[in-house]
Design a protein around this ligand. Structure first.
Ligand code: PLP
Length: 448
């Protein structure tokens, strides 16, 4: 058998997995993997259109050129002497985004899901009672993990589009006179619905009930974009992932643990190996790691946090996200559409979830946006698939990038049969951004 035939036999089935609805046998015999062969056809999606892809999903997000350049490093040995100081700085740097001085930060190779596991396994034991609100796919998946780990979860279901109910939390905790509940778990920003819960309010409810449970918070789509005050809110474990507000590639799970969480770790009996805080605690203080670190991502992290500090830190970054989000909310109003999150108190500044009119399939909008305008929008997840689409605006983002997404969304909605006047949304956003704009801080002298 000729070599090319063999490789086709092996590769075509694999290729078929990535081609929508085409089985290997449906691929024409003559499709060649050799680009120079006379019958060659481009593989699906191998054509890259001019200009940029407009990435507006709520993670992964746009990576700044400075960060891309910082990650462009040759292979290096993390056991060489330079690494220890570098790694200690990386860890120290992450404390800013959590708003903590007291907590111990960890960086695991992994994603937000790994961070969830680290938070639970290092602080809890099989059969422990925990409370978790469910108001979207991510809170659901975290609960699923808790159950699979053998925790006894009281699930507090909330309507999708609303956040954690502090009153219900206080009541549940007050009833727990034996203080059997070991942890309250809250997804700060539910990326399914565009809802930000009030972690300070949850802490207040826990205090009002005089309950000692740990407060574990998923900050995957909030930390680094929205105000997060780990020390002030007395969050015990906070989790995020690199592909969200930090605007890095996927691959790092960031976790921070309070002194109380580290104390709980000493008696926590859930099994843990890869995500064991103890292995990190043995090695991190001297700048070492228990296994091979993702070096280029760490270089990216340092640059990303540097940019975050240059912008003015948490207050400035959160204010930018608020302005961007408010512009998008104005646009949605201009389109005559509604947000999934009706109550302004819970509206997220890191993404916006837009309801589409009855009878319109929102998946069509997302498909049109990608197929016609090279715009990636977020689909509606799980139970709200087809009913909403999501515009991510966290991380490395500014008004004019977002204006592009709004124009693209308008055109894709019109393509999908929604009666929208071109420009009706983006004009409202522009009006708002123009009114609230200020000069880029290092360019003020240009306008004097
Ligand atoms: N939690 C939230 C709020 C998320 O948005 C996501 C992912 O989008 C996750 C957890 C899971 O994170 P990952 O996909 O990085 O494992």
């Amino acid at each position: 058998m000729a070599l090319r035939e063999v490789s086709q036999k092996r590769v075509l089935p694999l290729l078929a997995q990535f081609t929508r609805g085409l089985s290997a046998s449906a691929l024409p015999e003559q499709v060649s993997l050799d680009a120079n062969a006379p019958n060659s056809q481009p593989a699906p999606f191998s054509y890259v259109p001019p200009g940029r892809n407009h990435l507006f999903v709520p993670g992964p997000v746009n990576i700044h050129e400075r960060v891309l350049r910082a990650m462009h490093v040759p292979g290096q040995n993390h056991r060489d002497p330079w690494f220890a100081e570098f790694y200690k700085e990386c860890l120290e740097d992450t404390k800013h985004m959590y708003g903590t001085k007291a907590a111990t930060p960890f960086i695991f190779p992994g994603t937000g899901t790994g961070g969830w596991e680290a938070a639970l396994c290092n602080t809890l034991s099989p059969g422990d009672k925990v409370i978790c609100f469910r108001y979207g796919l991510f809170s659901h998946l975290w609960i699923d993990m808790m159950q699979r780990l053998g925790l006894d979860v009281t699930v507090v279901d909330r309507p999708w589009g609303e956040g954690a109910d502090e009153g219900a939390l206080e009541e549940l905790l007050r009833k727990d006179t034996g203080k059997k509940i070991k942890a309250v778990c809250v997804v700060h920003n539910e990326t399914t619905t565009g809802v930000t819960s009030d972690i300070a309010g949850c802490r207040k409810a826990m205090d009002a009930a005089g309950h000692p449970a740990l407060l574990l918070v998923d900050g995957v789509s909030s930390i680094g974009a929205l105000e997060f005050k780990m020390d002030e809110w007395r969050v015990d474990v906070a989790v995020t992932g690199s592909q969200k507000a930090l605007s890095l590639p996927t691959g790092l799970a960031f976790v921070a643990a309070s002194p109380k969480a580290l104390e709980a770790m000493k008696s926590a009996k859930l099994k843990r190996v890869y995500y064991d805080f103890a292995d990190m605690l043995r090695t991190n203080p001297s700048g070492n790691v228990p296994y091979t670190p993702c070096l280029s991502l760490l270089y990216g992290l340092r640059e990303s946090i540097k940019m975050w500090k240059e912008e003015g830190g948490m207050g400035a970054v959160a204010a930018r996200h608020h302005r961007l989000a408010e512009g998008v909310r104005q646009a949605v109003d201009g389109w005559g559409l509604k947000l999934l999150c009706k109550n302004p108190r819970w509206r997220s500044d890191s993404l916006t979830v837009v309801e589409v009119p009855e009878g319109v399939d929102s998946n069509k909008i997302v498909k049109n946006a990608y197929a016609k305008y090279d715009l990636s929008l977020g689909i509606g997840l799980a139970g709200i698939n087809g009913k909403v689409f999501r515009i991510g605006h966290l991380g490395n983002m500014n008004e004019l990038m977002l204006a592009g997404a709004l124009v693209g969304a308008e055109m894709a909605m019109i393509d999908s049969g929604i009666n929208i006047k071109p420009g009706s949304g983006v004009a409202r956003a522009a009006e708002y951004w123009h009114k609230t704009s200020s000069v880029i801080k290092t360019r003020e002298s240009l306008l004097k």
